[in-house]
Structure formats: C-alpha cells, structure tokens
Design a protein around this ligand. Structure first.
Ligand code: IMP
Ligand code: MG
Length: 176
C-alpha cells in the first residue's frame, strides 16, 4: 500500500462553515411547505456534513442513516454493497440524500434505485463535494457545496482507509 501524506488544504473550516450554512438556507426555502423532510446520511463520510447541515436547516427534519461500501484505499471497487439500511419507513415523505462526495456516481446511482423502491414523495440529492471529471454514471444532484478537480481528498468526514476523517478542513492527499 502506498504511503500518503496531506498535501494542501483545499477548503478550510471557515469556508466549509459558510457554505454549509448557505446550503441550509437554500434547503430551508425549497422545503418550506414540507412537514416530513427526512435527511438520509450516507455513513461514514457524510457524518460531519450531516451534523452541520441539519443544524443549518430551519424546517423540521428527521434523520436516518444508510451505510454502503464501495471504496478500498483511493480506488472505487465499482460494486456497491448495502451494509446498513434505513431504520424508518420513508414512503410518502420528502427525502434528501446527504452525501460527502460524488465521484464516479455509482454509489448514488445504486442508492437512488434502492430508495425509489421505498416510494418517497420526493427524492433529492445534496452533496458537499462533487468531482464531475470522474463521473461514470450520470446522476442528478440538487445541491452541491463545492465542485472540485480530480484529486483524492480527506477531512470533514472523508477518509483515506479510515484515517483523516476528523480533520476540520478538506485537504488533498499526495503520494509521500
Ligand atoms: P462513487 O460511487 O464513485 O461516486 O463514490 C462515492 C463514494 O466514494 C463517496 O461517498 C466517498 O465515500 C468515496 N470517495 C470518492 N472520492 C473520494 C475522495 O476523494 N476522498 C474520500 N472518499 C472518496
Ligand atoms: Mg468513504
């Protein structure tokens, strides 16, 4: 396994804070008429984003969590395995998927399929980061925090082999 080190900070904590607050306001306006907004966070990468975003949303929300595996190291395996499903029924509810980063799009594509099967009233997607250059499977994304170039990044929930999640910023990894 190659050794990796933090290269440079791409998005600092203050930029994250301000952008997440703005996204919260946008979502608040879009779901103003909703009485049942369910935020479905994707474990584990979306944890910090979900915690901050949910507190920036001013309509009532419920929170559920799904866990999928698709990555090993910095390479997507291409197959998406559901490790933990929803705890509560989402039928008839407005559902917003909260994802850390959209890369090839495979994870989101599989999740959208899965969640549609539960017949929510609406199904939206909110991602903190988007790497459009890497897209293999086109997916609809309603809210994006930052569009970034094709670099592997860590921090604010994102990991490299389970490390670096607790960095307060988004940083780039480079081979050491
Ligand atoms: P996709 O299925 O290729 O779109 O991959 C999505 C998932 O891969 C994300 O939810 C992340 O968990 C992980 N991932 C993709 N790019 C990165 C990255 O740059 N850093 C850390 N995790 C990533
Ligand atoms: Mg991950």
């Amino acid at each position: 396994m190659p050794n990796y080190a933090i290269d440079q900070i791409l998005i600092d904590a203050s930029q994250l804070h301000h952008r997440v607050r703005a996204m919260g306001q946008e979502i608040t306006a879009a779901y103003a008429e909703t009485d049942a907004l369910v935020l479905v966070g994707i474990l584990r990468g979306a944890l910090y984003f979900l915690a901050d975003l949910s507190r920036a949303i001013e309509v009532p929300v419920q929170i559920d969590l799904i866990s999928v595996a698709s990555y090993s190291g910095t390479e997507s395996s291409g197959t998406v395995t559901l490790l933990k499903d929803l705890d509560d029924e989402i039928q008839g509810k407005d559902v917003l998927i909260v994802e850390d980063i959209i890369d090839t799009g495979r994870t989101l594509h599989a999740l959208l399929d899965h969640l549609r099967g539960h017949r929510p009233r609406s199904l939206g997607v909110c991602a903190l980061l988007d790497k459009p250059d890497r897209r293999i499977t086109p997916v609809p994304v309603d809210y994006v925090g930052f569009t970034i170039p094709d670099h592997f990044v860590v921090g604010y929930g994102l990991d490299y082999d389970q490390s670096y999640r607790n960095l307060p910023h988004i940083a780039r990894l480079k081979p050491a």
